[in-house]
Ligand binder design. Structure first.
Ligand code: CO
Length: 215
């Protein structure tokens, strides 16, 4: 147990050495600040690390992860990350990345109580209900789960677009695109679901907020 923990520091030392060999200024540059172009909202699953699967480096992606990559409007942690990344860091792309084989999505399809997490997963059940005709028509359980993974990503992208943070950025003509991606654990392939949005044009009226009048 201690050994696997100590291994982290040994790995870190090796990583620092290797990184300094490649670019002696790397840590010096990064310590001066960050200007990532991407915000990543992904699943906490240990098998879906944002930097590794996109071949990016520290400094490239601002990251928020939770179980099943959810955008929940009362989640202060998510909202703070979103506000900071859009209004302070000025990210241009927000990526919601789901993954096939997501345990959270699979659990949400069942009826077994797991614990506190049931309340979090209920948001995915709402996605299921919205798309139940399509989902119920898929007989194979794995295929149905995969489709719910995709639909859940798409709904979270739309939930981002419903926030005042994103809508105000668009009103101010900031370049900001929202994307939905899905990652396949079995192949390592990252796929664009082609649901990119950069305006409220296709959104139901009830979600489109007026720009506040600043006194
Ligand atoms: Co997951």
């Amino acid at each position: 147990m201690i050994k696997s923990y100590n291994q982290l520091f040994e790995n870190n030392k090796k990583w620092v050495e290797a990184t300094n060999m490649q670019d002696p200024q790397f840590f010096n540059k990064l310590s001066n600040g960050q200007s990532p172009k991407f915000l990543w909202i992904g699943c906490s699953d240990s098998r879906v690390p944002a930097n590794e699967i996109t071949g990016t480096m520290p400094g490239d992606i601002f990251v928020h992860r939770n179980i099943a990559n959810m955008v929940i409007h009362t989640d202060m942690s998510m909202l703070s990350v979103l506000d900071y990344s859009v209004n302070v860091l000025g990210v241009q792309h927000i990526i919601v990345c789901g993954h096939y084989g997501c345990g959270g999505v699979a659990a949400a399809m069942g009826r077994k109580q797991v614990g506190l997490i049931d309340n979090w997963l209920r948001n995915i059940k709402d996605v299921y209900r919205l798309h139940q005709n399509e989902l119920n028509s898929i007989e194979d359980v794995d295929k149905r789960t995969d489709r719910l993974v995709e639909l859940n990503v798409i709904e979270q992208v739309m939930d981002l677009a419903k926030t005042s943070i994103v809508q105000n950025a668009w009103s101010a003509n900031k370049p900001l695109q929202l994307h939905g991606l899905v990652y396949a654990l079995k192949t390592g392939i990252l796929q664009d679901l082609n649901v990119t949005i950069d305006s409220t044009n296709d959104m139901e009226d009830v979600y489109r907020m007026e720009v506040p009048i600043i006194a």
